[in-house]
Ligand binder design. Structure first.
Ligand code: ADP
Ligand code: ZN
Length: 744
């Protein structure tokens, strides 16, 4: 038994006795309730053992009646994950349980319902009898008879609400019938369904030559006993999704199921629509925007085999698909596959491992594969399938770079270069759609005092407040979300000249509206998409042509397929380039390539304008030239030299403290150095203040461990016990992040 108590001290298997009355129901994968310390906690059954001699075992108190939640194969995956990411087994196992089940937050949803309590013939007679004087009651019986006739059997039940509505009857009619014993109260389980998306029904297209070739590679790999992952490296608009759809159809034909992971929440409605239009109700969807109850029900549909195809975000990699045959990771390079709480897993890497354990095929798709996957494909660990052309030989849009330093010199001080303004005007005149991309929400990046130079910062986080113009001007910290009124005078010098600097999406929106008053502008960022179905509505509005200019953050940079978008403008390409992260250049290249890929996907050719202050940086020029191999070559040299992934492993230890004293971080670093001393080729860096040194009122430091294979993790594991002793009771929290995607 693993108890659901997330504390390192209890991260081991505990033994419990099985009371006689629960004997048949305790199975691997069941959630049970057990006494622990003085409390009652949830626990996962992970195996059986003879009563250990000498150890006092207490009995299991109860067994939850749904489940089991996992089998031994899934258990193996969770344990692999706990080791790989240095997480607690309890945290890993929670990933396998249905959403909300642990802690008993949700269960199946049941509604009050009625069924016939008399035989069908008797009910039919009653309908006629009742019709003249109690027509509503007659209608109720007629509806229940319809349900029986529809093949749902004599016990067919309808929810009270549904029944009353269909029969046009009130609850008093239902009560009257129930009192006479003609109908009986019961309950029905209902599915909490996610918002359905209008399916686009179109017949499957004829495959392109490259698509067929990719499918041949996939089919060959599938036939092998131990299939290798296939890296599907296809330029934007090359039809990767069609390849996925065909591969899934083949998987279904073999009686097996498939999981499709998509990165951004923004992708889900569109992706889901594509899969639903091909496979209908056999597709389940899992992502964090659904309510817990909805996810719980989708999980049930998957486990029962009703929905053999799952489309979802990161955590869908754990979906309980029976007879799994295929795992697809779309846009496999995306950082959103990494979970930023324990277990800090990367969904892509878990997908590869899960497929391997299930003997299933894994397809990693991307226009801009991660360095990790690119290198593995080169080494032959993965099979490579390439799609080098867009479907129908549509051209990739030319990318034009605008040097913003020159704009400044030429006297243009707006955030739009003259070229972008020209092209925007042309695009709108032609009645096409444009997408303007800026990776910063809010109106302005910061508020600056023009007299003393002070930037107004969040006290808790030591980062500049972002200036928001909507609904009324205010400041908001994008790290802790704290909100503040805009000060009238500078907090430092009391001067009156506080001004917003650096554009955000609200500013871009405002500017487009003032330059093109007729244009219908839709902003898409965290602030406009908070509502549950905002993404679906945005997607449909663009498709219907109700939007002329989309202004968005990275939510719109990737994956979306809007055929009428012909112009893409990148307002500031530099926003990711100078982040203190070894992946900064790789990410900039990927982001530019991806956002460029939104242009010219339909009949009309596209065009991309990239504004930047660093026009000669290789990640910018390589994106312009579509020179992927060149970009990878540069990047490979840099990564190999620095010992960065995939040429080495990095473990980041993040220490957060209540005061700004470096004592605790130094104690951690000391423990790590001591343990590393015995291991060759392990490098320890730090402690150094983290780039975001203060967050939510705490001070943050990090220690980095680099090396080959398991070595950095082993060092961290050994050091963990040591620093735990040293830091006891000092209000210090230490987080271990294996293969981090954020270094902030
Ligand atoms: P990617 O995911 O590679 O960026 P998509 O899968 O979105 O590309 O495909 C781009 C567009 O081409 C979509 O509108 C898709 O329906 C269409 N498409 C895909 N394959 C074909 C094909 N074989 N023939 C015609 N159109 C296709
Ligand atoms: Zn803050």
């Amino acid at each position: 038994m693993i108890v659901d108590v997330p504390v390192p001290g209890v991260d081991r298997v505990f033994h419990y006795a099985i009371p006689e009355e629960l004997a048949g129901r305790v199975q691997v994968g069941r959630l049970v309730s057990v006494p622990f310390g003085g409390r009652r906690v949830d626990g996962y059954v992970v195996g059986f053992a003879p009563r250990p001699a000498g150890e006092k075992v207490r009995p299991i108190l109860s067994v939850r009646d749904d489940g089991p939640y996992f089998d031994t194969e899934a258990l193996g995956l969770a344990r692999w994950m706990a080791r790989r990411y240095m997480a607690l087994e309890a945290d890993a196992l929670r990933c396998l349980a249905p959403p909300g089940a642990v802690g008993g937050r949700v269960g199946p949803r049941r509604l009050k319902a009625y069924r016939l309590a008399v035989a069908a013939e008797d009910a039919r007679r009653l309908v006629e009898e009742l019709a003249p004087r109690a027509p509503r009651q007659a209608a109720v019986l007629a509806e229940l008879l319809k349900a029986v006739d529809a093949g749902n059997g004599d016990g067919a039940a309808l929810s009270a609400r549904d029944l009353a509505q269909r029969a046009g009857a009130s609850s008093s009619s239902l009560k009257a019938l129930a009192e006479r014993g003609v109908i009986a109260a019961t309950t029905v389980r209902i599915q909490r369904r996610p918002t359905p998306v209008a399916a686009e029904t179109s017949p499957p297209p004829t495959l392109t030559v490259e698509q067929s070739r990719a499918l041949e590679i996939i089919a060959a790999e599938r036939r092998s006993a131990r299939p290798k992952p296939v890296l599907l490296h296809g330029v934007t608009g090359s039809g990767k999704t069609e390849v996925y759809l065909r591969a899934i159809a083949d998987t279904l034909a073999q009686g097996r199921g498939a999981i499709v992971l998509v990165p951004e929440i923004a992708l889900t409605p569109q992706t889901f629509a594509r899969f639903a239009s091909r496979f209908g109700p056999r597709v389940a969807v899992l992502h964090s925007r659904l309510g817990t109850g909805e996810r719980f029900d989708e999980w049930g549909k998957i486990a029962s085999g009703q929905a053999p195809i799952v489309v979802g975000a990161r955590s869908a990699v754990f979906a309980p698909v029976p007879r799994l045959g295929l795992v697809i990771v779309d846009e496999e390079h995306e950082t959103s596959y990494k979970q930023d709480e324990s277990p800090r897993y990367n969904g892509r890497d878990v997908a590869v491992e899960r497929a391997r354990r299930a003997g299933a095929l894994c397809i990693l798709g991307s226009a801009t594969p991660s360095m990790e996957s690119y290198v593995r494909a080169r080494r032959g660990e993965y099979r490579l399938a390439r799609l080098t052309k867009r479907v129908d030989d549509r051209p990739l849009p030319p990318i034009e770079i605008v040097d913003m330093r020159r704009e400044m010199l030429a006297g243009n001080r707006t955030i739009f270069s003259r070229r972008l303004q020209e092209e925007l005007a042309r695009c709108l005149a032609q009645r096409r759609q444009a997408l303007l991309f800026l990776n910063r929400r809010g109106f302005a990046q910061f508020l600056l005092c023009r007299e003393c130079g002070l930037v107004v910062r969040c006290d808790e986080c030591a980062v500049a407040y972002t200036f928001h113009a909507e609904p009324a001007p205010h400041l908001r910290c994008h790290y802790c979300n704290e909100l503040r009124a805009v000060p009238e005078r500078c907090p430092q010098c009391s001067g009156p000249y506080l001004r917003p600097f650096g554009a955000g999406t609200q500013r871009v929106e405002t500017l487009v509206k003032s330059m093109f008053p007729e244009a219908r502008v839709q902003r898409v960022d965290l602030d406009t998409t908070a509502r549950k179905d905002a993404h679906v509505r945005f997607y449909e509005a663009v498709r219907r042509g109700e939007v002329d200019v989309i202004v968005g953050t990275q939510m719109v940079a990737k994956g979306l397929d809007f055929p009428n978008v012909t112009l893409v403008g990148v307002v500031a390409a530099d926003s990711t380039l100078h982040l203190p992260d070894f992946r900064a250049a790789e990410r900039t290249f990927q982001l530019l390539t991806q956002v460029a890929g939104r242009a010219g996907r339909g009949l009309h050719p596209g065009r991309v304008i990239v504004q930047t202050y660093a026009p000669e940086h290789y990640s910018v020029t390589a994106a312009r030239d579509y020179d992927e191999d060149g970009s990878y070559r540069r990047e490979t040299g840099f990564r190999r030299g620095g010992g960065y992934a995939p040429f080495g492993e990095l473990v980041r230890i993040l220490i957060s403290t209540e005061d700004n004293s470096p004592e605790a971080p130094q104690a951690v670093a000391e423990a790590v150095r001591l343990c590393a001393g015995r291991t060759a080729d392990v490098y320890v860096k730090g402690p150094a203040p983290a780039p975001v040194h203060r967050l939510r009122g705490r001070w943050r430091w990090h220690v980095l461990i680099q090396g080959q294979g398991d070595a950095p993790r082993q060092v961290a594991a050994a050091a963990r016990d040591m620093w735990a002793q040293a830091l006891k009771g000092r209000g210090v929290s230490v987080v271990i992040d294996v293969d981090p995607v954020s270094m902030l």
